[in-house]
Write a protein that binds this ligand. Structure first.
Ligand SMILES: [Cu+2]
Length: 456
């Protein structure tokens, strides 16, 4: 976790490609180099609010000029550490993918400069906002593309409080597959009947990449068969935990910019969907859930009270989305003892990988070398061994002694005596089976229709 001082210390002023003179009227873009979760950005001016925490991300500082909040986004190629030991070549904003979270207050006039340092034109669409049509950021429809090297300015009033995002509307297939996106939160300006104050407010985007093991640049033509399912361009165990105090009211804001839906599941608690990118949900339309399906291009805002201590898994419920890079054409090897074969093949092809013969759990313990710059498929050590997870997985850590405003990782939960599932000593036993349920031998035959011909 980075603190504010570290955050400012790590910020560097970008000036290489843009002349100081040309930039004189613009707020200096703040560039982030770290993939760690930054401390919430307490607003230095304007209306106060309880700031959000962007998971493995940060919030964009602004400059207040004549009552207008001015931001400066720089679209550019970035190096994103997706997990320790695995760095991807992505496109993003201000040094990272996703770009910084933009956080404003309902009624704020917002001016956003966008400088393009990509090799092709871009634009920024402000997903979910009420704004003048010409500020909507759709290349060709509402504006010309921002050519490489050029800076455009967007300006509008943040009319609607809620949960939003931004992304290009220019060569989207390439630019979103490369990681260009960011979060946007508009806080209500006064007490809102449908937006409850919360103690902790977390946000992140769902994204996905197709990066071959051993390489670093996503394949942009992929439509469905992605191999890296990420939250804010991070994969478990690279995704930070969400650390809260027992009894906190917690809000989770999640947007989906992948090409498929994600049923996001929280253990140990029930939440309500308190809002979407369409606005706050009427109270009569909220019901308890432990999983919410987030479709492509949707955002969901979940509220709950963290009233159960512990380390609670928080993940996408599609099991393939909690795994990291693997070849998709891997045969199922359960029941096959391939150890000798693997040893032979590995002599010829050092990077050869196969599925474990007793299931996939073997993989996290196999001593097979991975190609350089590859995230292990399922990993993440917990207090009881390998968590056997990757991808869209994190942990909600609820602690009695977590201080208000402290987002640091408290370490693993210390379970009270006698509250952990454990092995018991039993005599060996055979389960009683109904006689009819136990056939002597399996007899499977493929039966074809008599004659094999269609009869009319
Ligand atoms: Cu998923």
């Amino acid at each position: 976790m980075m603190n504010r001082r570290l955050f400012m210390g790590g910020a560097a002023v970008a000036s290489a490609a843009v002349s100081k003179v040309a930039m004189a009227a613009l707020p200096e873009p703040v560039i982030q180099t770290s993939a760690a979760t930054a401390a919430p950005l307490v607003p230095p001016d304007g209306r106060p609010y309880n700031p959000v925490v962007t998971l493995n991300g940060w919030t964009c500082p602004w400059r207040m000029k004549d009552g207008v909040k001015e931001f400066h986004l720089v679209a550019e190629p970035v190096l994103r550490e997706m997990a320790p030991g695995f760095t991807a070549h992505l496109w993003g904003y201000n040094g990272q993918s996703p770009g910084p979270t933009i956080e404003v207050v309902e009624g704020d006039r917002v001016r956003i400069y966008v400088t393009n340092r990509l090799p092709e034109h871009t634009s920024v669409h402000w997903h979910g906002q009420r704004l003048p049509n010409g500020m909507d950021g759709v290349t060709g429809l509402t504006q010309p593309g921002i050519a490489p090297g050029k800076t455009f300015v967007y300006e509008f009033v943040a009319r609607r409080p809620g949960t939003f995002m931004y992304h290009p509307h220019a060569d989207e297939m390439t630019q979103m597959a490369m990681g260009m996106m960011g979060f946007w939160v508009t806080h209500p300006k006064t007490r809102h009947p449908l937006i409850d104050p919360v103690d902790r407010d977390f946000c992140f985007l769902l994204n996905a990449y197709d990066i071959e093991p051993g390489s670093a640049t996503p394949k942009i033509m992929t439509m469905l068969d992605f191999n890296l399912w990420s939250w804010n361009s991070r994969i478990f165990p690279g995704i930070d935990s969400l650390n809260v105090r027992l009894g906190d009211k917690v809000r989770l804001r999640v947007g989906n910019l992948t090409m498929t839906n994600h049923p996001i599941h929280l253990h140990g608690h029930e939440f309500v969907v308190s809002g979407t990118d369409g606005g706050p949900t009427p109270k009569g339309a909220r019901w308890p859930e432990v999983t919410v399906d987030i479709a492509v291009g949707q955002m969901r805002q979940m509220d709950f009270v963290a009233d159960e201590e512990g380390d609670w898994a928080f993940h996408c419920h599609k099991s393939h989305h909690t795994m990291n890079a693997m070849g998709h054409n891997v045969p199922t090897m359960i029941g096959v003892d391939h150890r000798q074969v693997v040893r032979q093949i590995t002599k010829l092809i050092p990077d050869y990988m196969v599925m474990g013969e007793r299931g996939m759990a073997d993989m996290s313990e196999m001593e097979m070398p991975l190609p350089d710059n590859t995230a292990p498929m399922m990993t993440g050590d917990g207090p009881f061994g390998s968590v056997e997870m990757g991808g869209m997985f994190s942990v909600l850590k609820v602690r009695r002694d977590q201080k208000p405003g402290d987002y640091s990782d408290p370490g693993w939960f210390k379970h009270p005596e006698g509250t952990v599932a454990h092995e018991v000593e039993t005599p060996p036993m055979q389960p009683a089976r109904a006689a009819a349920a136990a056939p002597a031998a399996m007899d499977v035959r493929v039966r074809k229709p008599a004659g094999g011909q269609h009869q009319h």
